[in-house]
Design a protein around this ligand. Structure first.
Ligand code: URA
Length: 209
């Protein structure tokens, strides 16, 4: 069964609490989502290999360590994943980004793909899927299936909030994909929104309704 890491650091919980609050303005919400993503990524990249280097400080010679290997790839699930992408790219400015466009059918709640653009070199790099709300898990499962079809092997999922149902769906479909979260909520309502959640992440980011 895949590993589920809930990052319960006080900073993450503080920022998530303001994201949940319904009167938090879109500009503030965007900042908070970026910051939480950077903190989730901090945990998710803990095992990244480093290489030791020698360098000169203004004072003396020194030894340091830099990340070894290729920069990761971030895949944003449109549209709410865009809010996480800017936070992730700030941590890894040389990273490449892909986009998968999915919308939920209003009646079936099943994901329908309308766009998929993945960067070159995706097979050889660590891939982080950015999906803020792991609700039914349908979108994440669909996106991961698309990544696997493109030959990606090393995938981690970063979400702000998950429902127990979403986690179970993902673990059943892809037991090899680790999940990094800020919180696991109670469940889903009849419209498949996470309760208590934070509402529609795309609307909260972009001020739509
Ligand atoms: N997507 C959202 O943006 N919010 C939810 O609660 C569920 C899916």
């Amino acid at each position: 069964m895949s590993r589920v890491v809930t990052v319960d650091h006080p900073l993450v919980q503080h920022k998530l609490t303001y994201c949940r609050q319904k009167d938090t303005e879109p500009w503030k919400f965007r900042d908070l989502v970026e910051e939480i993503t950077a903190l989730l990524l901090y945990e998710a990249t803990r095992e990244m290999p480093v290489v030791n280097i020698e360098l000169e400080t203004p004072v003396s010679r020194a030894r340091g360590a830099v990340i070894d290997g290729m920069e990761p790839i971030f895949i944003a699930v449109l549209r709410a994943g865009l809010g996480m992408l800017s936070g992730a790219m700030r941590m890894f400015p040389g990273a490449r980004a892909g986009h998968i466009g999915l919308y939920r059918d209003h009646d079936t709640f099943l994901p329908v793909e309308y766009y998929c653009k993945l960067p070159e070199g995706i097979r050889e790099r660590d891939c982080y899927l950015l999906e803020p709300m792991l609700a039914t898990g349908g979108s994440a499962v669909h996106a991961i299936a698309a990544l696997k079809k493109a030959g990606v092997n090393r995938i981690k999922l970063l979400s702000l909030i998950a429902s127990p149902e979403g986690i179970m769906a993902l673990q059943q479909a892809f037991p090899d994909v680790e999940i990094y979260l800020a919180a696991i909520d109670e469940g889903l309502n009849e419209k498949a929104y996470i309760v208590p959640g934070l509402g529609d992440a795309g609307d909260r980011l972009f001020g739509t309704n």
